[in-house]
Design a binder for this molecule. Structure first.
Ligand code: 6PG
Length: 252
């Protein structure tokens, strides 16, 4: 269990994206040096856009893209060219601009009308790519995470049964508030990560950040709290606005 949560506060979204790109490049280099490959699960939403753009430009030559394998922590149940697709966002801001071998990109089959089937297929992909024995968990070198104003992370929303999933690697919960299915990695996979990094920007997230880091532990109410890597690093990268409601004495 991660006993120490590293919380770093930077000025603004631009600084957050740069700090995230530095971490991404550092973890990638360490993974390739140690294991010959770098397995990363990207986050969706909009916050990672700045990180992606830096990775596609200034940091492009610092990453061994040939040894990099790209996955997703979650995606929306829409076709891959849909405006809400996390895959599409990553393709537009990163994947089309870097020399990743096409076979190194593992997209969730979100176009499948049967979301549960898409989740099961992604789980099979993880088992195959990571060479997992039954009961074994994939250990991502890096998981990039975000948090919603309601405390959700990946597509683990408050009150979701997915928060109690202990066996499956990927599930497709119905999200009542959104009126849609999502496809998401489960808590055991998130907590098997070697390095987990939350990227959070903006005043609108300050309440969720305070609850996640300083509130009573209640992952059902604040799913981001469920992310405590069993034997990995946990970094919360915040800009000043997102950190604005943290108490200065908070021991993290
Ligand atoms: C998604 C994400 C989700 C995201 C948060 C924050 O599919 O939306 O994986 O967990 O990280 O909703 O999103 P923003 O970065 O857009 O605020």
């Amino acid at each position: 269990m991660a006993d120490l949560i590293d919380v770093r506060v930077v000025e603004d979204l631009a600084a957050l994206s740069r700090a995230a790109a530095e971490e991404f490049a550092r973890v990638a280099a360490e993974a390739v040096r140690a294991r010959g490959r770098f397995a990363v699960a990207l986050s969706g939403g909009s916050t990672p856009r700045g990180l992606h753009r830096l990775l596609a430009t200034e940091y492009r030559d610092r990453i061994d893209w040939g040894a990099t394998h790209v996955f997703w922590g979650d995606d929306r149940h829409v076709p891959p060219d849909h405006p809400e697709s996390n895959f599409r966002m990553a393709r537009e801001t990163l994947l089309d601009a870097v020399p990743l071998p096409p076979g190194n990109v593992y997209r969730m089959a979100t176009e499948n009308p049967d979301a549960a089937r898409a989740a099961a297929d992604y789980e099979a992909t993880l088992r195959q790519v990571f060479g997992l024995a039954p009961g074994e968990l994939p250990r991502f070198d890096l998981l990039v995470m975000g948090i919603g104003e309601d405390g959700h992370t990946a597509s683990l929303f408050p009150g979701s049964d997915a928060l109690r999933e202990r066996e499956r690697l990927v599930v497709a919960p119905w999200v009542e508030k959104l009126g849609t299915f999502r496809i998401t990695l489960t808590p055991p996979v998130l907590n098997e990560g070697a390095n987990v990094g939350f990227l959070v920007s903006g005043e609108e997230k300050a309440g969720a950040v305070r609850t996640a880091l300083e509130g009573a532990r209640d992952p059902d109410r604040c799913p981001a709290q469920i992310v405590r890597p069993r034997s990995g690093s946990l970094l919360w990268l915040l800009d000043r606005a997102a950190a604005s409601r943290l108490s200065s004495k908070s021991d993290r």
